[in-house]
Design a protein around this ligand. Structure first.
Ligand SMILES: [Zn+2]
Ligand SMILES: [Zn+2]
Length: 378
């Protein structure tokens, strides 16, 4: 799709797409249930109860059916509701033949399909209404030019969660596993929950700032990070557009202090939830200003300035949790009430699609290719 198409209420298309989307989630859930040892992650499995998933499955199935009916009622022309029903029928057919739930064998390599399905469902429920009803750029829709590429980034990064988890932990484990840090770690774990969580967020953001800064300032690393800055129509889904080298590099570096200090499991889990949520929120296309909190925590407005196609904001606002980290390092852009006019890298051409973008930084220098602003200017 080359042009932006804004969906209009009452045409039966929004309900049709919602029906298909929810039906695909149901179909994916039944496929997961057939091959749980390969398609679900052992860490994540402990967080949900398969019996509860059955009820959620039923609820999502009914919602999908309801949207398909709405689509039929609103318009005879669109066939979207019909496709929704077809996928629902397929899911029910597969679900009836499901084997009894047994203890799941842990395999050394698994695909995070459970993580993908749950996260895309929750993120859509939270962020699609926010962007639909409180958008910053109302002309922008889910169906802008590159939404499919962004969706592929989202899908692949979730499916490969186990591989990225291993790679993210690797440098910390290789470098710091034999340092005899148990005294320090038990002291950290003894800190009260709230300050301990704040410490985890603060110190990982310091490391994130450093890695992020070098991904901007080092020409070879900028090749990878420039893919993320190629986003022109920034929204919650586009935030996933991160080259694998960028994703692993920044996260592995941010993980080092968390590993060394050995935060308690409850703090670590809360940290993961906050960092995942805030990263998506920071990219979302919403005008919610967060009032005074916008000076204390990273908000969409703050991070949109990091993506601004405006020289006065180049190399600013690197933090992902706390703006005061940028204030400490002199990279704070005072956001006030303004928003950037546009985001992205001007007229620089990037290859389209996940695969081309994956190979691009290894073989080409976007700077030389496109007379892009050099990393030192950004
Ligand atoms: Zn950046
Ligand atoms: Zn970003």
């Amino acid at each position: 799709m080359t042009e932006s198409k804004r969906l209009k209420i009452g045409e039966g298309k929004i309900s049709g797409y919602l029906s298909i989307f929810l039906a695909i989630i149901c179909l994916g859930t039944t496929v997961c249930a057939y091959f749980p040892e390969y398609l679900t992650t052992s860490d994540f499995r402990q967080l949900y109860n398969p019996n509860r998933i059955k009820w959620i499955f039923l609820f999502v199935l009914l919602a999908s059916f309801g949207f398909a009916l709405t689509s039929f009622i609103l318009s005879k022309k669109t066939k979207l509701g019909f496709f929704g029903i077809l996928i629902i029928a397929g899911s029910i057919f597969l679900a009836t033949g499901l084997p009894e739930y047994e203890n799941i064998e842990s395999k050394s390599f698994t695909i995070g399909m459970d993580w993908l399905l749950i996260d895309i469902l929750i993120s859509s429920i939270v962020f699609i209404p926010i962007e639909l009803f409180l958008p910053k750029r109302p002309h922008q829709t889910k169906f802008h030019e590159e939404w499919r590429t962004d969706l592929i980034y989202f899908i692949i990064s979730h499916l490969l969660i186990q591989v990225s988890g291993v790679l993210i932990k690797l440098p910390a484990e290789l470098l710091f596993s034999n340092l005899g840090l148990s005294n320090l770690q038990s002291w950290v774990q003894g800190i009260w929950f709230v300050p301990q969580l704040f410490l985890a967020l603060f110190i990982s953001d310091l490391f994130q700032w450093t890695a992020h800064y070098f991904f901007h300032k080092t020409p070879y690393l900028w090749r990878f990070h420039s893919i993320h800055h190629s986003i022109k129509e920034i929204d919650w889904l586009a935030g996933s557009r991160l080259h694998f080298v960028d994703l692993i590099g920044v996260r592995a570096f941010s993980f080092i202090p968390l590993y060394v200090l050995g935060f308690s499991p409850s703090v670590f889990t809360t940290y993961i939830i906050i960092v995942s949520f805030q990263a998506v929120l920071a990219h979302s296309n919403t005008r919610i200003s967060f009032g005074f909190f916008r000076y204390l925590i990273v908000t969409p407005q703050y991070h949109h300035w990091h993506h601004a196609d405006d020289p006065k904001a180049f190399n600013k606002n690197f933090a992902i949790h706390f703006p005061f980290i940028d204030m400490i390092f002199g990279t704070y852009y005072p956001i006030g009430k303004a928003w950037p006019e546009s985001t992205g890298l001007g007229n620089v051409k990037f290859p389209k699609g996940f695969i081309r973008q994956f190979f691009f930084p290894f073989v080409k220098n976007p700077e030389a290719e496109n007379s892009i602003k050099s990393p030192s200017e950004r």
